[in-house]
Design a protein. Structure first.
Length: 299
């Protein structure tokens, strides 16, 4: 554990477990409840704390599995010499976690932000183990036509060395997200904001925040480009899998260009768009999203 979870126990009361995903690197995860499994994957720069409202709602009827990606939350935060911070490795970690739990039933995959691409890389290799999918402001493809990378992310992606001091020295990326990604007044309380920032309390512990942005593939030759293209080309295979999309309309990253692309590529999906919600859509609209997800996974 790299930070004191005690101040956040009111919001995050669970005690998780750890899985060695290779080389002694430990992934932290929650495994709550019994029943049909629900796997929730967070993005950057959040952690399993993001899913707390859904965990509470679903654990009484489902087995809820919620990891912290390596470098995030309560997971280990190794250096580059001990861990490869890439999309391929993160999808492999998810696979190791799922395999280690010996799940006998198909799972519901619930994803947000980078968790979407990580989860879909794994899912496309194991569609026989996926019952349904919930998408929250995420992507299963590269930048849609007419969309450019937001400058807040682009400067880090294109100038990682120059901006490392801001991201890892001053925690600018995580602080910026906490300040702007929730758009409903009163949701990002001081306590909630501290919880989002708590895992990323030093240069060393902010390595994943930086590496996630550096791994965004923008052109052929980028190390994760082929994986993203593969998921995009495989999206028609989801035609037989129920999909629920819950979308924050005020997201400056995954905006309506991305939602339109999801509608085009998964026309069978059930879509709910929340006009007042931002990128942290579950933070802003959990009272409306939780019943939708509960009904969806029980259908």
């Amino acid at each position: 554990m790299t930070f004191d979870i005690t101040p956040f126990r009111n919001e995050y009361p669970w005690t998780g477990s750890f899985l060695d995903v290779g080389g002694g690197v430990r992934m932290h995860y929650l495994d709550e409840g019994r029943g049909d499994p629900v796997l929730m994957l967070h993005g950057n720069p959040t952690w399993s704390f993001y899913w707390r409202h859904l965990i509470r709602a679903l654990a009484p009827t489902h087995r809820v599995i919620v990891p912290d990606h390596v470098g995030c939350g309560l997971s280990d935060k190794p250096g580059d010499d001990a861990y490869d911070y890439t999309l391929e490795r993160r999808a492999a970690d998810v696979g190791k976690l799922v395999d280690s739990l010996g799940l006998e039933r198909k799972l519901t995959l619930v994803v947000h932000d980078w968790g979407g691409m990580i989860g879909l890389v794994w899912a496309m290799r194991h569609l026989d183990r996926v019952e349904r999918i919930v998408l929250l402001n995420t992507a299963g493809f590269g930048l849609p036509e007419g969309r450019i990378l937001p400058w807040q992310i682009g400067v880090i992606r294109h100038l990682p060395g120059v901006l490392a001091g801001a991201v890892r020295g001053f925690n600018a990326f995580a602080r910026g997200a906490a300040a702007t990604c929730s758009t409903v007044p009163g949701r990002m309380t001081p306590e909630v904001k501290r919880a989002y920032l708590a895992p990323y309390d030093s240069w060393r512990n902010r390595i994943a925040v930086q590496r996630f942005v550096e791994d965004i593939p923008l052109q052929p030759g980028d190390r994760s480009w082929a994986l993203v293209e593969g998921v995009k080309n495989d999206l028609p295979r989801l035609a037989g899998i129920p999909i629920l999309i819950c979308w924050g309309a005020k997201d400056f990253v995954f905006d309506d260009h991305f939602l339109a692309e999801w509608r085009r590529r998964t026309p069978h999906a059930e879509v709910h768009r929340f006009e007042d919600a931002g990128h942290y859509v579950l933070e802003d609209a959990h009272e409306r999203i939780v019943p939708l997800v509960r009904h969806f996974v029980g259908a």
